[in-house]
Write a new protein. Structure first.
Length: 127
């Protein structure tokens, strides 16, 4: 989980609940530049805290990390997703996908180039 403000913490909570229900998901760690916030959320959900995506990507050496969610400020979506996708990690990005249409198009092109999935998050809703 990259970015553990309000939305990111909620993503982490849902992933942990799915894991506890026996779903094939495991929350390995959380990334946030605010170390205190990352540490607090990591303790709450029983995972590791990282200060950067680069630190978190060390997990890919064991092939444990297969996907990541991004809930950082929109202006950082492109750089964070690019770093993850280049490492072969599928990404789910909190809406909006990117800050501009050009950035969104770049994300889609990079996902195709590196053969990874990119998915904008769209919460379920009731009409």
């Amino acid at each position: 989980m990259v970015g553990v403000g309000v939305f990111g913490r909620n993503h982490a909570r849902v992933y942990k609940e799915l894991e506890q229900q026996g779903e094939p998901v495991r929350l390995l760690g959380v990334v946030d530049p605010n170390a205190a916030r990352a540490d607090a959320v990591a303790r709450e959900f029983g995972c590791e805290a990282f200060g950067s995506v680069d630190q978190m990507l060390t997990l890919t050496r064991q092939r444990e990390l297969q996907a990541a969610s991004i809930a950082a400020p929109t202006v950082h979506h492109l750089e964070l997703a690019r770093e993850l996708m280049q490492a072969g990690i599928d990404v789910l990005i909190e809406k909006p996908l990117a800050a501009t249409l050009a950035e969104a198009e770049e994300l889609v092109a990079l996902a195709a180039l590196w053969n990874v999935s990119i998915q904008p998050y769209a919460p379920p809703f009731r009409c």
